[in-house]
Design a protein around this ligand. Structure first.
Ligand code: PLP
Length: 452
């Protein structure tokens, strides 16, 4: 710290304070964790100074032999851990991974057949007319993903996100009564919409997905099945999700982040079948620039950790803790979306406490419980205020919390929410009308964006 302090004391202080804050609060944000010291230390090295555009052994810069080593080790661990034919460790984040995967699928399914049809050997040989045809075909493709309020992610076709702009998109929701995925309804929607890509995966759906059923639906309509396992990659790695709940044997392409339940450095990764590997391997120059050597090195370390028996125990504890948290909340009269959980997260519907999600989030933060507000299916309060609070167990499980600790956490959460009246929270007023202008304007734009 003294080295940082000598250069920029405010950064040294904020970094020190971040450690204190993360230690002195209960981190229940479902997408966060605590990476190990070996992972953190690996991120802070001179690999950060090296450019290595290209792929392993085929770089556009000299002197990339050590980056080749760390990227190869990361990919090898990922292939062996997840049983995938191919792994690509370069994406800088989950969004990068999804964007790279979408473009790689388009390149494989649309560009390559078009090139054969045009009689061209590569994009360099295309005429202006060919380009126009190709652009139209790219722009004509359809994507079907889970809606944001059912638990999907922005990159699964949300209109304000690039995924919603590059594809004709439609989203599937959950059953209005059970709030569970309805595979028959999804199949009917897919039959009618006929997407090029069916995306499965979520950020806030508290249940497991049956990927065998997803595969059947994709096959029936001739769609590529892409699974975004960013949230639950740790549960796949730790062999909690096996059989039909393991996406890797069923999907054509699987994307993930490495920093959530997988407990690695902040970053993304793509797994695929042999068929899609050549297109994904061209992530640079398709979407990406120079890979982050220091982060790929840390991914390799984290993946090595995830291959241990200790990690399998950790992953099982994450799921057991989420169940204990859900049971603790339900036994204290809280309402949960889908009535419970069988993964690493719980979505608490706070309307029976007379609060919005934003007010609940603020009240919990005042009590040292760090969460994020989250839309619930058909949320009456929109995406900014929301009606839910998302709670996840990966971080507290890393700290060694057990199922009985989770019951105590549930007790604290319910006590805080029961003793909160809207005006006592730092989020302010009980009705939307009294929120400040900036928030109202933002809410209006988000609601409008959702409507679109
Ligand atoms: N995919 C899912 C399902 C996510 O939940 C997230 C992040 O919250 C992402 C992708 C994007 O990850 P990143 O923030 O690393 O871009």
């Amino acid at each position: 710290f003294s080295m940082i302090e000598a250069v920029e004391p405010r950064v040294a202080e904020a970094t020190r304070q971040e450690l204190t804050d993360q230690r002195n609060s209960l981190k229940l944000i479902a997408s966060e964790n605590y990476a190990s010291l070996p992972v953190l230390a690996t991120m802070g090295t001179w690999f950060s100074d090296k450019y290595a555009e290209g792929t392993i052994g085929h770089r556009f810069y000299a002197g990339c032999q050590n980056v080749d080593t760390v990227e190869s080790v990361a990919a090898e661990h990922a292939r062996e851990l997840f049983g995938a034919k191919y792994a690509y460790a370069q994406p800088h984040s989950g969004i990068d991974a999804n964007l790279t995967a979408y473009w790689a699928i388009l390149a494989h399914k649309i560009e390559s057949p078009a090139l054969a049809e045009f009689g061209a050997k590569g994009v360099a040989e295309l005429s202006e007319a060919d380009w126009e045809t190709l652009r139209r075909r790219f722009g004509d493709q359809r994507l079907l993903g889970m809606s944001l309020d059912a638990g999907g992610h922005l990159t699964h076709g949300f209109r304000p996100n690039v995924s919603g702009k590059m594809f004709h998109q439609r989203s599937y929701g959950t059953n209005p009564e059970t709030q569970l995925l309805d595979y028959d309804a999804l199949a009917a929607q897919a039959r009618e919409f006929r997407p090029l890509i069916l995306v499965a995966g979520y950020s806030a759906y508290p249940r497991r997905i049956n990927f065998a059923k997803m595969r059947e639906i994709a096959d029936e309509v001739g769609a590529v099945l892409m699974v975004d396992m960013a949230h639950f990659a740790g549960l796949v790695a730790g062999k909690v999700f096996t059989g039909d709940e393991d996406p890797v044997p069923f999907a054509d392409v699987v994307t993930t982040t490495t920093h959530k339940s997988l407990r690695g450095p902040r970053g993304g990764m793509i797994l695929s079948t042999e068929e899609y590997a050549p297109s994904i391997d061209r992530g640079c120059p398709l979407v990406l620039g120079g890979p982050l050597g220091h982060v790929m090195a840390a991914k390799a370390v984290a993946l090595a950790e995830a291959r241990t028996a200790e990690f399998q125990t950790y992953a099982q504890n994450v799921a057991d803790n989420a169940k204990a948290l859900a049971e603790g909340l339900l036994s204290r009269d809280a309402q949960l979306v889908t009535g419970g959980t069988d993964n690493h997260l719980v979505l608490l519907d706070v309307r029976n406490f007379g609060l919005t999600g934003r007010q609940a989030e603020a009240a919990l933060l005042d009590a040292g419980i760090v969460t994020n507000r989250n839309a619930v299916p058909n949320d009456p309060n929109g995406a900014w205020y929301t009606t839910g609070v998302r709670l996840g167990t990966p971080a507290l499980t890393t700290r060694g919390f057990t199922t009985s600790d989770m019951d105590a956490v549930a007790d604290m959460i319910v006590s805080v929410l029961k003793s909160t009246t809207p005006t006592t929270t730092s989020a302010g007023a009980p009705s939307k009308a009294k929120f400040d202008l900036t928030d109202d304007a933002r809410d209006a734009s988000l609601t409008e964006a959702q409507r679109l």
